[in-house]
Design a protein around this ligand. Structure first.
Ligand code: HEC
Length: 119
């Protein structure tokens, strides 16, 4: 009888552990942090240009020719849109700031799409 109760408790604990495994933020969230997902947006070149003028040209040059940061004139033939998006969201260790808290996800996605066309 006692044994029966013990295994009941054991199974209840297992069930709880499994439920927690699926409900607690785990590996998935970490993966998202490493590679943020781009929200679906329709490209708006006018908005992208305005955002780039306001946020990027101080380092990347008014023609995106480069300055303190590298040239972005042909960034689209080097990086795909997802990679550009990730760079803008997370920044880069060599002096590229993160824009996660400065721009909306949709704005960053729009800028990334606009830059991805620069080939
Ligand atoms: C404070 C200066 C600064 C600002 C502002 C800045 N960047 Fe950068 N950016 C850099 C530097 C420096 C690098 C190179 C970092 C590295 O390679 O580690 C870089 C790298 C990049 C790269 C990767 C280029 C490559 O060849 O790999 C992209 C894309 C980029 N920036 C886009 C942007 C966009 C878009 C904005 C505006 C939303 C922006 N940057 C604003 C300094 C800046």
């Amino acid at each position: 009888m006692h044994k029966w109760i013990m295994s009941g408790v054991f199974f209840a604990a297992c069930a709880l552990a499994i439920v927690l495994m699926f409900t607690l933020p785990g590996k998935e969230e970490v993966a998202e942090e490493a590679k943020p997902t781009m929200p679906p947006v329709t490209m708006d070149a006018g908005q992208a240009e305005a955002l780039v003028k306001a946020n990027c040209i101080t380092c990347h040059g008014d023609q995106l020719q480069g300055g303190m940061g590298p040239s972005l004139q042909k960034i689209g033939s080097q990086d795909d849109v997802e990679k550009i998006y990730t760079t803008i969201v997370k920044g880069k260790s060599g002096g590229m700031p993160s824009f996660k808290d400065k721009l909306k996800d949709e704005e960053i996605a729009n800028v990334a799409m606009w830059l991805a066309e620069k080939k």
